[in-house]
Design a protein around this ligand. Sequence first.
Ligand code: FAD
Length: 342
Amino acid sequence: GALSLPEAGARPVEDLESYRGVWVFAEWRSGVVHPVSRELLGAGRKLADKRGVELAAVLLGHRIEAAAAELLDYGPDVVYVVDHPELARFTDETYAASLVELARRHKPEILLAGATTMGRSFIPRVAALLQTGLTADCTDLDIGENGLLLQTRPAFGGNVMATIVCPNRRPQMATVRPRVMKPAVDRRNGRVEAVTLPERCFEHRVEVLQVIAETDETAKLSEAEVIVTGGRGLQKREHFRMVEELARLLKGAVGASRSVVEEGWIGPSHQVGQTGQTVAPSLYMAIGVSGAIQHIVGMQGSRIIVAVNKDPEAPIFDVATYGVVGDLFQFVPAFIRKVKEE
Ligand code: FAD
C-alpha cells in the first residue's frame, strides 16, 4: 500500500533559513565511541566549514561522560549530551523521540548518522517524525552551489551514482556507511552541553530484556585489517573451509560473496557488498569471486586487493592490486603451506 505520513500534505512551507548547523548522531558501545561517528565528524567538519556554521555531536545514553570527552577529540564545536537511565539501552522509540525533540529545539540544517544496525533502525523513524527526507547509505556528501547538501549514493544496483538533494524540508538527513569517510583528526575547543528532555521522550512500549553479543569473532568484518573472501568458484561448502583456514592463519576475518551466503556455506553476517557490509581492510583476498559490481562496491576501498580467479576476464581484476590468474585449488593450498612455513 501507499505510505502516508500524518499531515504530510498539510504542513506549511518551512522557514528554511531558521535552520542552522551540522549535526552528527554519535553512536557508542560499552562507553566507547563507534568509529563511524568519528568518520561522520570528519565529513561533518568539511560541510560545516563550507556552510560557515557549527558542528555538533549528539550523544544519548546513561553515564556517558567518557564518550562525551572522547568526542571532543574529533573536533565538534559542541557535544549535546542527554543522560537518562532509560537511554542506557538503545530502543528505537526513546532514541528517536529524544533526537526529534533536540532537532525541533535547535533546528540543525543537516543531520547525519551511521548506516549501522542502530542507525538503520531508528533514523528513518526520526526522518518520518520530522517529516523530512532521508538518503540512506551515502558514499559522499558535499555542499552544492545553492548551499544544499549533495547526498551521493549508489543506485540501480550500483550501476549509477545518484546525487540526491532535499530542497524543501529540514533537516537534510543522511546515513553513511562505516569506513567510507575519513576519520576526523583535529580537536577544537569544543564544549559539552548537558540537555534535559521531557520525560515523554523516554517512554517506550518495547522492553529490551537481554542483549546477546555476537560471539562469532570472524563476523567482525568491518573492523578487520585482513579479510579473506570466498566466492562460488570454491564449488562447495567443504572447499570453503580453505578460505576459513587461510583467514585464521592471517589473523583475519572471513568474507563471502552473496552467492556463497545463498548457498548456505556461511552466515549472512559475512557477506561483503551492496547488500552486505562495506569493508576497507589493509589486505583483501578474493578467492573464486567474479567481481560483480554489487560485490565491488563493498570492498573497493581496501588498500591491497589480491584476486585469485581462473578467468583472466573476471571483473575482479579491474580493482585488484595483484591478480593471480589460475586455479584456486592449486593456488590456495600452496599459499597456505607457504604461510605456515613463515
Ligand atoms: P560467480 O559470479 O559465480 O563467480 C565465481 C568465480 O569463480 C568466477 O569468476 C569463476 O571464473 C571463478 N572460478 C570458478 N572456478 C574457479 C577455480 N577453480 N579457480 C579460480 N577461480 C574459479 N553479491 C555480493 O557478493 N554481495 C552483495 O552484497 C550483493 N548484493 C546484490 C544485490 C543485488 C540487488 C543483486 C541483483 C545482486 C547482488 N549480489 C551481491 C550478487 C552479485 O551480482 C553476484 O551474483 C555475486 O557477487 C557473484 O558471486 P561470486 O563471485 O561468488 O560467484
